[in-house]
Design a protein around this ligand. Structure first.
Ligand code: QV4
Ligand code: CA
Length: 493
């Protein structure tokens, strides 16, 4: 399950959080395909509870009502069009799948108009009934919700924040979930993010995944299992460990973004130590993880996944992303967000619920594209920032090479090469780097893809000269907007 099924030469996922299927379809052809992205993580595709208090929060999509493909992102036909178009553009679709639970304990209707009553675990559009949710026979917490994260039984058998916990020990429930995932596979998706995996027994997940069909052989080759990455928040302090889930796919490595935020945001740790970055930092092996600086939860203080770097710190985000994409550890995911008005009250963001940009009827707004390639209508589109998409291309070009010549020039100044294909230098604080550095690249003139674009053989930014010994003069002011230089053999002028 740990092969992401990227088209050859691609290696980065972008989470187009809350985007509509029609917009993702367009983005695959006009941007993600040409720019070398491997895949898109899309928001949950199945019917969810319509929550009106607060009014249409993003988190309503984590409260399933049925497995019909009807949400604010679009309907099944639009979903199919997106998957087909993206596959044709060489871009894979991974669906965020919510299979641990259904809605909270209240009744209402869903985005496809289906009625539900969470209190009695009544979801007739599946159908699930009272027998299909966990109850007091297996959950022994005081109120049926998870209180103690150090008790694995409670974490897996009780309700996560009051969300009706599915009885995954039952074949009937396993069949329904597998039926939903197989439906998505039949449409052509390449894989799944498994929401709240920590709250399901690894054995139950195994039983569900054993029921899955192979992914489409025309697109992905024959005999291939879907790519599976499981959301397990393991910062080291709880009973449940990431390692319990390696047999059923990759895991989301939350330690990664927090440790990089310590260096690039808080400066409580030093970039000079990054020479050993990877599993020796107490993180799983490279092929067991998806890595990211932030996700849709911790960018707004949800979920306890630590305090990461987000688009609210654009300079640090660009530096951190450059490092993430330049370094071979893990399968990287970029967060692509929408704007909301952060309103910190006593440590919490009072607007952390705010849903995507919307029209008066609460339908999600389309993504518009500005002349400078950035997005409008309230969409941040971090993946369209030059310093970020050019590093996606960098990662593709240096693929297969290792980290070479890692050097530091002070606590927060580093450089390293990727074989003889790429080189990066980073200043993580306000200091000044001015050095002759061996880049290990063939001699020539290279486009610094951070300060500019490589277009038709020319560079719109700085050109870096590498001499016949592989040396280059690197001059970076840490107080500048983008204190990074990145060059690679795919952008020689
Ligand atoms: C409320 C009360 C509860 C009460 C309940 C009674 O707070 O105390 O028991 O009512 O019904 C929303 C509300 C939450 C509400 C709940 C049930 O925020 O206040 O409970 O609904 O109605 C997202 C949000 C949650 C949201 C949930 C469902 O983050 O706030 O809950 O969607 O709408 C842990 C887990 C990890 C999880 C993380 C958030 O280990 O798995 O918490 N992360 C994933 C997703 C995340 C999502 C869920 C799991 C749930 O990434 O986005 O939660 O699917 O770390
Ligand atoms: Ca559970």
């Amino acid at each position: 399950y740990s092969d992401p099924h990227c088209a050859p030469g691609r290696d980065t996922v972008v989470h187009l959080f809350e985007w509509k299927w029609n917009d993702i379809k367009a983005e695959c052809t006009r941007f993600l395909g040409p720019r070398g992205f491997c895949a898109v993580q899309v928001s949950p595709a199945n019917e969810n509870a319509v929550v009106t208090n607060p009014n249409r929060p993003w988190w309503e999509r984590y409260q399933p009502v049925s497995y019909k493909l009807i949400t604010r992102s679009g309907n099944e036909q639009e979903f199919r069009d997106m998957v087909q178009t993206c596959n044709n553009a060489g871009v894979r679709i991974y669906v965020d799948t919510v299979i641990n639970h259904m809605t909270g304990g209240y009744s209402g209707s869903g985005t496809a108009g289906d009625h539900f009553d969470g209190n009695s675990c009544s979801f007739p559009a599946v159908p699930y009934s009272n027998l299909d949710c966990n109850a007091g026979d297996v959950c022994h917490s005081s109120d049926g919700s998870i209180q103690n994260y150090n008790n694995p039984e409670e974490v897996r058998n009780c309700d996560l924040v009051g969300l009706k916990d599915l009885r995954l020990s039952k074949d009937y429930v396993r069949d329904k979930i597998a039926g939903y995932l197989n439906h998505l596979i039949s449409i052509g998706v390449a894989g799944f993010r498994v929401d709240a995996a920590k709250h399901m027994w690894p054995g139950d997940l195994e039983a569900v995944f054993a029921r899955l069909h192979n992914v489409d052989s025309n697109t992905f080759g024959s005999g291939k299992k879907p790519f599976i990455y499981q959301e397990v928040i393991d910062m080291g302090g709880e009973a449940i460990k990431m390692a319990e889930y390696f047999a059923t796919g990759r895991v989301t490595n939350f330690i990664y973004g927090v440790k990089l935020a310590d260096i690039f945001l808080r400066h409580t740790n030093q970039a000079k130590w990054l020479g050993s970055w990877g599993s020796s930092w107490g993180m799983p092996n490279t092929n067991d993880v998806v890595v990211f600086l932030s996700n849709h939860d911790n960018q707004r203080g949800h979920g306890g996944g630590g305090a990461p770097i987000t688009f609210f710190e654009p300079k640090q985000l660009k530096i951190g992303t450059a490092f993430m994409l330049a370094h071979p550890y893990g399968f990287p995911r970029i967060m692509s967000s929408y704007h909301w008005n952060r309103n910190i009250q006593g440590g919490d963001d009072a607007n952390n619920w705010a849903g995507p940009p919307h029209n008066n009827d609460m339908s999600t707004k389309s993504v518009t594209i500005n002349a400078d390639m950035t997005c409008g209508n309230g969409w941040v589109c971090e993946h369209r920032w030059r310093q970020i998409y050019n590093m996606v291309a960098f990662r593709n070009v240096v693929s297969g090479t290792g980290v070479l010549n890692f050097k530091s020039y002070g606590d927060q100044q580093i450089s390293f090469s990727r074989g003889s294909k790429g080189f990066i230098a980073i200043v993580a604080d306000g200091s000044h780097l001015n050095q002759n550095i061996n880049t290990n690249l063939p001699s020539g003139n290279y486009c610094d893809v951070i300060s500019g674009n490589y277009e038709n053989g020319a560079c719109t930014g700085k050109t870096i000269h590498v001499d016949s010994n592989g040396n280059a003069h690197i001059n970076i002011s840490g107080t500048s907007d983008d204190p990074v230089v990145a060059i690679h053999v795919g952008a020689k002028v």
